[in-house]
Design a protein around this ligand. Structure first.
Ligand code: NAD
Length: 499
């Protein structure tokens, strides 16, 4: 594939036309059809075109893969390899991803409809995650306990064994990297179950992992449905850890599967309904409005940390919502292969209909539609930026995760009221505070029930800080050195010494 960066729609389209897809599962160093021969169609939601028929794995494939993963772990080629050597292999994988950056971005764009510019950012994020984590692993030390001289107490970190990563479709390769990079760096054998809606970049990653020299069985990819292969992996007695990103509903099921099987660790990154709080003393309302719009319309609103609840102090609410509506006007959906498109297509017809249903409910329940609301007249699944004002917590659109380009605006008069509104949610993934009052910023930040709080910005922070939620947004932490805690076990070695 050419290394020239395409600059416009025609060039990206030309590049897309040259792509070929790996459609088979990757089990024990070999690309294979599903054992029972089943396939699933993966569809480009911007055009309705079937891109490929991909292996649809089930319990039979899960059995093979978990066996290979366990054997690989026990052989120790990877699990007991020196961290510096694991680092070298993972950096090689990152280099291969960098060399195939455009192709990987195209696969995600074609598979799930996100704009190509956004997909390129995701691939850079995935590569950055792999590099950061690989670089960390040979710099983490164990501990020596403060014993008397008749004993030596060592606290060592060991890989868990077999880790299953189950990921969603909204950031296919980036969510994959957040899960597999720390798990592999720590020495585990990893089985990746990509979403049935976006398996193509995961299978290309499998090819690159083979090229990078990961030993057989250490990294495997099983495409297929959640209720078939996902469930079989989650119930497996061979699996030591489930690392999941996806909906709260499926997260709850995974905890049950762990309880029904072997009490495997379960780390969940689930849904959100994140509040973005704008106080009247915010220094630059134009910047805040631009951010508020991008916080919900980026990636078509199909973002776990979408700022889907905008809480605005009533004294500025009317003027502020005007600014948000103006900013939204420049964020219309378009051909995902066009670098000018801010939004792309909704991932599939189910999600498209679901979002339109929420828009209808918003109107029926009495919210004020300020912009959007009608899908584009197109064969693709395009929904424009939609803003509802006068939303209350009793309304469905004020409570439920829509996972689409729909913003719900609430008004408030006091800081206390803003906090009550913000925390009145089953979720607790992200939140933001816009103000110039440092005392207020700290007061509100500490009182928000949220895994992360952004102050005077709404952007995904970099790799140096953890990412994850509280309440029904889950319990896991991706990114940063803390992500390695999830994929390692602490072991005590207590030695008696002759003195
Ligand atoms: P989903 O829960 O439907 O699916 C996620 C994954 O779980 C898919 O691979 C799916 O096949 C699998 N799955 C489904 N049922 C399963 C079962 N019974 N057993 C095992 N696996 C099963 O979610 P989605 O629609 O793919 O993604 C959207 C959701 O993901 C949203 O709720 C969003 O908020 C959430 N999300 C969260 C984060 C985060 O970091 N908190 C990031 C991205 C997306």
């Amino acid at each position: 594939m050419s290394t020239t960066v395409p600059t416009n729609l025609a060039e990206w389209q030309a590049l897309a036309d040259t792509l070929s897809f790996e459609t088979r599962a990757y089990i024990n160093d070999t690309f294979v059809d599903a054992q029972r021969g089943a396939t699933l169609s993966t569809v480009n939601p911007a055009t309705g075109e079937v891109l490929a028929e991909v292996a649809s794995c089930d319990d039979a494939d899960a059995e093979l893969a978990t066996h290979a993963a366990r054997q690989a772990f026990d052989r120790g080629e990877w699990s007991r390899r020196a961290p510096a050597q694991r680092k070298a292999t993972l950096l090689e994988l990152a280099a291969l991803m960098q060399a195939h950056r455009h192709e990987l971005a195209l696969l995600d764009t074609l598979d799930m409809g996100k704009p190509i510019t956004s997909a390129l950012g995701d691939i850079d994020g995935a590569i950055g995650c792999l590099r950061y984590t690989a670089e960390s692993i040979d710099k983490l030390y164990g501990e020596v306990a403060p014993t008397g001289d008749q004993h030596l107490g060592l606290i060592v970190r060991e890989p868990l064994g077999v880790v299953v990563s189950i990921v969603p479709w909204n950031f296919p390769l980036m969510m994959t990297a957040w899960k597999i990079a720390p798990a592999l760096a720590a020495g585990n054998s990893v089985i990746l179950k990509p979403s049935e809606k976006s398996p193509l970049s995961a299978l290309r990653l499998a090819q690159l992992s083979q090229q990078a020299g990961l030993p057989a069985g250490v990294f495997q990819v099983l495409p297929g449905y959640g209720h078939t292969v996902g469930k079989a992996l989650a119930l497996s007695m061979q699996v030591d850890c489930l690392a999941f990103t996806g909906s709260t509903q499926v997260g709850k099921q995974l905890m049950q599967y762990a309880g029904q099987s072997n009490l495997k660790r379960v780390y969940l990154e689930c849904g959100g309904k994140s509040p973005n709080i704008i106080f009247a003393d915010c220094k630059n309302l134009d910047v805040a409005a631009q951010n508020a719009a991008a916080a919900i319309f980026h990636n078509q609103g199909e973002v776990c940390i979408a700022g889907s609840r905008l809480l605005v102090e009533n004294s500025i609410r009317h003027a502020f919502v005007e600014k948000v509506v103006d900013a939204a006007a420049a964020m219309q959906p378009g051909d995902p292969l066009d670098p000018q498109s801010f939004m792309g297509a909704m991932v599939d017809n189910t999600q498209y209909q679901r979002v339109l249903d929420y828009i209808r409910q918003g109107q029926e329940e009495g919210a004020t539609l300020r912009t959007g609301g009608q899908p584009l007249d197109s064969s693709g699944l395009f929904i424009p930026p939609t803003v509802f004002d006068d939303v209350t917590p009793a309304m469905t659109i004020g409570r439920e995760e829509i996972f689409g380009p729909v913003l719900s605006v609430f008004g408030f008069d006091t800081e206390e009221e803003a906090l009550t509104l913000a925390n009145d949610s089953d979720y607790g993934l992200a939140a933001a505070v816009w103000s110039q009052d440092i005392d207020r910023i700290m007061r509100v930040s500490r009182k928000l029930h949220s895994g992360q709080v952004y102050v005077n910005n709404w952007a995904g922070p970099d790799m140096t800080v953890p990412f994850g939620g509280v309440k029904q947004s889950g319990n896991g932490r991706d990114k940063s050195l803390h992500s390695l805690d999830e994929y390692t076990e602490i072991k005590t070695i207590w030695m008696a010494l002759q003195t």
